[in-house]
Write a protein that binds this ligand. Structure first.
Ligand SMILES: Cc1cc2nc3c(=O)[nH]c(=O)nc-3n(C[C@H](O)[C@H](O)[C@H](O)COP(=O)(O)OP(=O)(O)OC[C@H]3O[C@@H](n4cnc5c(N)ncnc54)[C@H](O)[C@@H]3O)c2cc1C
Length: 437
């Protein structure tokens, strides 16, 4: 008999999705261990997430999952079933407005909103001006970089209108939300081990049998879940499953910039999420009356793919800062341009079609919750519930590859076809192929 430690399931990663899968598996009666090489829960890409919760995705599954995800955040404290001595992450449901590229909304997103029942309003530019004092409603598309000779051209027309959805907001502290999940899992018997690195995935008789750690020890489990965020492809290589997957993942460097609100605007109190397709940005209120500004990665922006997720440039780039801040200043002309750059740099774990992989693999007992593509913080609890169901049914003998599992969701009652998140799906052509999903 082996002297190694043994669990029912090992989850590699303690980010928001990994910790949430630990919690859901504990609720299903599993004895779980989350392992993370960083010192605490949510210290990986989760900690730098903008933590935006919104429902405008380009696919039925995208909208359905995000609408279900919203309900978890609305009932966060109840969902956890336990108190965290560090406090509970807040959810500010400020609503979100989406500007620009009218066709994407009218042709794709709004029919999905109608079908699924996501509330929305069409705002005129007059309403936009009322709700965001000082906003410039000019049409600037296509997005350009700040050094483009046409960047400062005055727009010849205004945006037609905008789509507002109250079903949107942001989580105030993504790291704390992850810690909340750690405590929730621990209250149900789950364990977490930090500063602990997985270096190999041992296999016996065609089945995963646990993980091997950097200190040379081995921990055994019949189920291992790869939730390693931007390191997902590294773990897949260790398990030898990467080549057998149709959809792959890789790490993309991304910057988010922090700026003070424009003079005279209390964006923290009165602001909302703004998805600005027209200029290629998104922004949201941030504590301290600040604006948190991200990029939608428009075609003109270079994509910075990272070969080694342990070795990338953590400094904000001058060009990207300038381009993004100038784009925002086109929309909010009263924005003061700070002298020094402020923000964060982190990695997305991007799948080939920017839609996540929630699936089993060809290696029995080895599962994937990866490819979150910069947009799955909001869906952590949905993904975790689905992964728990998928693992339980697969381990009970169901052939998910041949007969994809469908899972009725707790809050909305919507039924998600997990085949849409298969590692072997064809590229989903309805995707935006961007962080919008
Ligand atoms: C800048 C940025 C902005 C974002 N904004 C949003 C947003 O507004 N809304 C939204 O919904 N989503 C957003 N996202 C995406 C969201 O944050 C991620 O989808 C989510 O946090 C992923 O969680 P995770 O648990 O899968 O991964 P992570 O948080 O990346 O956790 C993976 C963990 O695995 C650990 N690990 C890796 N390799 C090993 C190993 N060998 N051994 C042990 N541990 C290992 C890492 O240390 C890490 O802690 C954003 C992402 C970024 C980077």
């Amino acid at each position: 008999m082996s002297e190694n430690e043994r669990f029912d399931a090992i989850i590699i990663g303690a980010g928001i999705i990994g910790a949430n899968i630990g919690f859901e598996l504990c609720k299903a009666g599993y004895r779980t261990l989350n392992i993370d090489k960083l010192p605490a829960a949510g210290y990986g890409s989760t900690g730098n997430s903008c933590a935006i919760v919104r429902t405008h995705y380009s696919t039925w599954g995208g909208v359905a999952m995000a609408y279900e995800g919203l309900a978890y955040w609305q009932q966060w404290a109840d969902y956890l079933e336990t108190e965290d001595e560090s406090g509970t992450a807040g959810f500010i449901e400020c609503g979100g407005v989406y500007l620009g590229d009218d066709q994407r909304y009218t042709d794709k997103v709004l029919p999905l909103f109608d079908e699924i029942g996501v509330p929305y309003e069409i705002w005129s530019t007059a309403t936009l001006r009322e709700r965001i004092p000082g906003i410039n409603v000019g049409r600037h598309a296509p997005p350009k970089r700040a050094d483009d000779p046409n960047f400062s051209d005055e727009p010849s027309e205004e945006l037609n209108n905008a789509v507002f959805s109250p079903a949107a907001g942001y989580v105030t502290d993504p790291q704390l939300a992850t810690h909340n999940l750690q405590r929730a899992a621990e209250a149900k018997g789950g364990e977490f081990r930090f500063n602990t690195e997985v270096i190999a995935i041992p296999i016996e008789d065609g089945r995963v049998v646990g993980v091997e750690l950097k200190d040379g020890s081995r921990i055994e489990a019949p189920v291992v879940v790869n939730v390693a965020g931007p390191h997902s492809f590294v773990i897949n290589q260790m398990a030898g499953v990467a080549d057998s997957m149709n959809i792959k993942t890789r790490a993309l460097r991304h910057e988010v910039h922090h700026l003070p609100s424009p003079a005279g605007l209390d964006f923290e109190k009165d602001g909302l999420l703004v998805g600005d397709d027209d200029l290629g940005t998104y922004f949201r209120p941030e504590v301290g009356n600040n604006v948190l500004l991200g990029s939608q990665d428009p075609d003109c922006d270079p994509q910075d793919w990272v070969e080694d997720p342990d070795d990338f440039d953590h400094e904000l780039g001058d060009d990207q800062w300038r381009t993004q801040v100038f784009r925002l200043a086109r929309r909010l002309p009263d924005l003061g341009i700070p002298n020094s750059k402020k923000g964060i740099v982190d990695l997305y774990d991007v799948s080939d079609d920017w839609i996540p992989i929630y699936d089993r693999t060809d290696l029995d007992g080895f599962y994937l919750a990866i490819g979150s593509s910069g947009n799955q913080f909001k869906n952590a609890s949905v993904a975790a519930y689905c992964m728990s169901e998928l693992i339980q049914r697969t381990e009970a003998g169901h052939d998910h590859d041949a007969d994809p599992i469908r899972i009725t969701q707790r809050h909305t009652g919507l039924e998600l076809d997990m085949g849409a998140y298969s590692r072997n799906r064809q590229i989903n052509k309805d995707s935006s192929f961007s962080v919008l999903g």
